[in-house]
Design a protein around this ligand. Structure first.
Ligand code: NYM
Length: 212
């Protein structure tokens, strides 16, 4: 009998919601409970494509808006063989941002619609669970200043939040909204509950294709 596959779990949210902290906490907790798990993040800045993206985000280079959108998508596609291999080996992947960030951030720019932005990511491995860490702009402001990278302004993040709200209407994706204004342990406990459910369900199901 083939071994049971791992689950593909994604954390999304606007900047400052605590995604990176929670991804690490979740992977640690899963590993400690004897479930193989690894963290991944997008953009993956270590690849050649990832370095182009990183330099753009750090404002060291300029890229045309459609072009950078396609690079973000290409950065996901180049990791797909690795992701599939790990999932087949029974490893649960906890992913810090995915195609939903891709669509929400580009479509927050003038002249871009959700539909065009979704197209390059159609057919990516479909997450078994997407948790959206929800934080009001007021709570985000309490967590300090934004950094220096592109997109890190409260005006832009407000539009990004609206685009995420549109994406969350899609019931073909297993969205769960998490109240990220709770303390770190409270958020972690919620995330752990949803993840254990997703891991149990996913092991008996084939991996799906996103937005197909
Ligand atoms: N971002 C992230 C995009 O614009 N498109 C994408 O496809 C992805 C995955 O990059 N502001 C944006 C969101 C963030 C920035 O993220 C880098 P991080 O998690 O700070 O490295």
């Amino acid at each position: 009998m083939a071994s049971k596959r791992g689950a593909l779990i994604v954390l999304e949210g606007v900047d400052k919601a605590g995604k990176t902290t929670q991804c690490k906490r979740l992977v640690q907790a899963l590993q400690q409970s004897g479930r193989p798990a690894e963290v991944m993040r997008f953009p993956d800045r270590t690849t050649t494509i990832g370095q182009l993206i990183s330099s753009y985000l750090e404002k060291k280079s300029d890229l045309e808006d459609h072009t950078v959108h396609l690079l973000f998508s290409a950065n996901r596609w180049e990791l797909v063989p690795t992701m599939k291999k790990k999932l087949e080996q029974g490893i649960t992947l906890v992913v810090d941002r995915y195609a939903f960030s891709g669509v929400a951030f580009t479509s927050a720019k003038p002249g871009f619609c959700l539909d065009w932005c979704m197209k390059p990511d159609v057919g990516l491995p479909k997450p078994d669970l997407v948790m959206f860490l929800k934080l009001s702009p007021a709570d985000a402001a309490l967590r300090g200043q934004f950094g220096e990278e592109r997109y890190e302004t409260s005006a832009f993040q407000k539009v990004v939040q609206q685009r995420f709200d549109e994406l969350m209407k899609d019931t073909s994706v297993n969205w769960q909204v998490i109240d990220a204004s709770q303390n770190i342990d409270g958020v972690h406990n919620n995330i752990m509950d949803h993840s254990l459910n997703a891991i149990n369900t996913a092991q008996n199901l084939p991996l799906g294709e996103l937005w197909k």
